[in-house]
Design a protein around this ligand. Structure first.
Ligand code: BES
Ligand code: MN
Ligand code: ZN
Length: 518
């Protein structure tokens, strides 16, 4: 879909569909006072249509809740072929969640229309505490989320592709008070936000598609090929370490995880340099288990298919780099992706095996299903050579994190509070939210081993915390944060599929670190 932004008089917009926002009448109000409140553009359109929109709304056919829609055809006085009325819910309840519902509702309706293009007056949807650039970004990301499809593996009964090919975000033009100069500035800011949002949406789509691909197709080699494709497309630096490289380096923990699999492991390193050589890179390390059976500590069968999403951290790293390169962001980011499969087999690692990590520390592998931390610890040690400004790892690491935070917040752990605060703020900005968990030394004793420097599991209590504590032992020299996305990277059930989180958060983090305030 093509997005554009421009100043526009709504009644003159020759478009397949004009989207217009309305606040629901305050509930409990006297019927006489209980009229819906038309947003600015809606008012202008209603005037041009001689009150036709108010008359329709007075019939009560537009439901009150945010995101409800009502489609009207050929309103005299308006150049648009259709009008889509969208409810923002009640004025007093309007917030980020209601805004997102409204955008989602509008997008869902647009998706099934015959219209080839549409106009959406973006400022009418704005949440007052957030500016226009924020609104533009979130409108585009919300619409692209609804329009995302993954149907390349279905040969029958595919839903028809949406007809809508172009969406104009309109800045409703020419109020006398708004001087031309001010309008130009608004448009310029909007344009930048648009570019950023479209690139971010491309990154989210990539992460979602990599996550959704089945584990027989999305193997470690496939991830490496995708990284190579990205490198070619955007002229990025890339290295892919093979098993023999890992052996030479001494990545005993990563190698232990891959032993049961017939798929060769890959350690992918992608360099995006948009900020010049002197600037230290932000290093992102993504867990790339393309399928997690648990290994010899085999998982139970129910929903095991969902362990194809265990490479979501890796997918998000590729997504972020796609996004930043696509918008030519002035940042340096290095993506490090340990990719392998966790399978049982005659050569597989056993519970009780002791291995030596790249850091030199030894680990007793008491549970082969705690494999994420094993591949990550070697990748984190490896990443130190890039002299990072900070390291962030992203991993579907623990079921315990899902128990703690459900599917709403990503778990955040950090050894540097300033970095944690930045991530919290970026998450709020991107509405891709995280919640900080403790990384206290007190938890470290749960990782005690009688036979090695540490065990790879810490028992049932605080499972997501002890997993983070394990990683912390490999990042002591760095500013480091860990994002546990086990609950947020994908949805289960009827809407099973990858979410692309936390690509929006990480893109925002990288941009804010580079000084973007928008
Ligand atoms: N990939 C899983 C974590 C996971 C499980 C994410 C379920 C989302 C849903 C990870 O490799 C794992 O198996 N973790 C174990 C750790 C345990 C053995 C200490 C877990 O969470 O059960
Ligand atoms: Mn596991
Ligand atoms: Zn796993």
């Amino acid at each position: 879909m093509e997005f554009s932004i421009r100043a526009l008089a709504p009644e003159k917009a020759k478009t397949g569909c004009l989207v217009l926002a309305v606040f629901a009448a305050p509930s409990g109000a006297q019927p006489a006072l209980g009229a819906p409140v038309l947003m600015r553009t809606t008012q202008l359109a209603d005037q041009a249509a001689a009150g036709a929109l108010r008359r329709v709304l007075a019939q009560g056919d537009l439901a009150r809740k945010a995101g409800a829609t009502l489609l009207l055809q050929k309103i005299p006085g308006l150049a648009a072929e259709r009008v889509l009325l969208v409810s923002l819910g009640e004025h007093d309840d309007f917030n980020v969640t209601a805004f997102r519902e409204a955008v989602r509702g509008a997008a869902t309706a647009l998706k099934s229309l015959g219209a080839r293009d549409a106009v959406l007056p973006v400022a009418d949807f704005a949440v007052s505490s957030r500016g226009l650039p924020w609104t533009v970004r979130h409108a585009i990301l919300g619409i692209r989320e609804v329009f995302y499809r993954f149907d390349q593996l279905q040969t029958q009964k595919k839903p028809a592709a949406p007809v809508l090919a172009a969406l104009t975000l309109a800045i409703t033009g020419a109020p006398v008070t708004l001087r031309l100069q001010a309008e130009k500035k608004v448009l310029r800011e909007g344009q930048l936000a648009l570019r950023e949002a479209v690139a971010t949406a491309d990154g989210v789509d990539l992460a979602r598609t990599l996550g959704n691909l089945p584990p027989n197709l999305c193997t470690p080699s496939y991830l490496a090929d995708q990284a190579k494709k990205l490198a070619k497309q955007f002229k990025l630096g890339i290295e892919v370490l093979e098993r023999r490289d890992m052996e030479k380096l001494g990545m005993g923990a990563l190698l232990a995880v891959t032993r049961g699999s017939h798929q060769p492991p890959k350690l992918i390193v992608l360099h995006y340099s948009g900020a010049g050589e002197k600037k230290k890179p932000l290093v992102l390390v993504g867990k790339g288990i393309t399928f997690d059976t648990g290994g010899i500590s085999l998982k139970p069968g129910g929903e095991m298919d969902e362990m194809k999403f265990d490479m979501s951290g890796a997918g998000s790293v590729l997504g972020v780099i796609h996004a930043l390169a696509g918008m030519r962001a002035p940042v340096n980011v290095i993506g490090v992706i340990p990719a392998c499969e966790n399978m049982p087999g005659g050569a597989a690692t056993r519970p009780g095996d002791v291995v030596t990590t790249l850091s030199g520390q030894t680990v007793e592998i008491l549970n082969t299903d705690a494999e994420g931390r094993l591949i990550l610890c070697d990748a984190l040690t490896y990443a130190e050579r890039f002299n990072p400004q900070a390291m962030v790892d992203i991993a579907t690491l623990t079921g315990a994190c899902v128990i703690a935070l459900g599917h709403v917040a990503t778990g955040l752990f950090a050894n540097d509070q300033k970095l944690a605060d930045e991530i919290l703020a970026a998450g709020d900005d991107a509405w891709d939210r995280v919640w900080q968990m403790p990384l206290w030394e007190d938890y470290q004793e749960q990782l005690r081993s009688n036979f090695a420097d540490m065990a790879n599991i810490g028992g049932r209590p605080a499972g997501s915390v002890t997993a983070a504590c394990y990683l912390a032992r490999f990042t002591r020299k760095q500013k480091w944060a860990h994002l546990d996305i086990a609950g947020t990277a994908w949805r289960s059930g009827k809407d099973k599929g990858s979410t692309g989180r936390p690509v929006p958060l990480l893109v925002r983090l990288a941009l804010r670190r580079a000084g973007s305030r928008a």
